[in-house]
Design a protein around this ligand. Structure first.
Ligand SMILES: NC(=O)c1ccc[n+]([C@@H]2O[C@H](COP(=O)([O-])OP(=O)(O)OC[C@H]3O[C@@H](n4cnc5c(N)ncnc54)[C@H](OP(=O)(O)O)[C@@H]3O)[C@@H](O)[C@H]2O)c1
Length: 235
């Protein structure tokens, strides 16, 4: 298993929830982290949690659902380490709960802008640098959601995330840039809600597995964080 020690990781949506856990997990492995949220002040809690970590921390802000927000994020990276070795595309929104027939085009547009186009454009901006440096790990956060038509824009956006992940992996085949998706499990976060199956901490250590792959490791697959849950019975 490779080490993340000394690498730079951008974790989108690391102000709370799953992204915050991933940032802490990567930092515990010696990885320098670029934290991200829509506004830099949203990152105060994560900064406090990382106060004892002996890694470099840089902060960027921007709405991944808009071109301006994505430009601000990329500009923020350039003004900081100017390098991303691990891109953890985690930021996303849940679409509003509506009967399928009531879901508007605007609902679809907004969900796809944040959950799909944000991630596609960040890959387009940052993956060529990984390719030229011959190292990169891209992890796109997906979901195991199914058969909930009231949340169709969200679930369809995540299906598209997995398809894009496979296409990007195919484009990069033979290089040392590995691209995978992560299904974190249903977790108690602002997005997952209080009735979710598991605590948010259970996303670790599984969420780190696709970041720790050796050269030649899997690419284009979906990792399931709950398969690595501490204390989970192995079959
Ligand atoms: N929780 C679950 O049960 C579950 C299950 C399957 C998949 N997932 C996926 O896991 C990922 C994280 O979910 P979570 O439960 O941790 O969500 P969360 O607690 O709601 O956190 C969302 C994060 O994304 C950021 N964000 C939201 N909208 C954004 C935008 N337009 N532009 C930039 N950043 C934005 C938020 O930053 P701000 O501080 O700026 O709001 C926050 O850091 C998502 O991809 C989600 O689809 C979650």
């Amino acid at each position: 298993m490779a080490s993340v020690d000394g690498k730079w990781a951008l974790i989108t949506g690391s102000s709370r929830g799953i992204g915050q856990q991933i940032a802490m997990g990567l930092a515990a492995g010696g990885c320098h982290v670029i934290l991200h949220a829509r506004r830099v002040e949203h990152l105060d809690q994560t900064m406090a949690l990382l106060s004892a970590a002996s890694v470099n921390i840089h902060r960027v802000a921007g709405d991944v659902g808009t071109a301006e927000g994505r430009s601000a994020i990329v500009q923020g990276v350039r003004e900081g380490p100017n390098q991303v070795d691990i891109l953890y595309n985690n930021a996303a929104i849940m679409s509003p709960w509506k009967e399928l027939w009531d879901i508007s085009e605007a609902d679809w547009q907004q969900t796809f802008a944040v959950n799909l186009f944000g991630l596609v454009e960040l890959c387009r901006a940052l993956v060529p640098g990984m390719w030229s440096r011959n190292f990169g790990r891209v992890i796109n956060v997906s979901s195991g959601i199914k058969d909930i038509p009231q949340l169709a824009p969200y679930s369809v956006s995540k299906a598209a995330v997995e398809k894009y992940t496979a296409d990007l992996a195919a484009e990069l085949r033979g290089s040392n840039v590995l691209v995978n998706a992560l299904d974190p499990g249903w977790l108690k976060t602002d997005l997952g809600g209080p009735g979710a199956d598991y605590e948010v901490e259970t996303v670790l250590p599984g969420a780190l597995v696709p970041a720790l792959l050796d050269e030649g490791g899997e690419s284009g697959t979906v990792f399931r964080a709950q398969d690595y849950r501490v204390g989970r019975a192995r079959s």
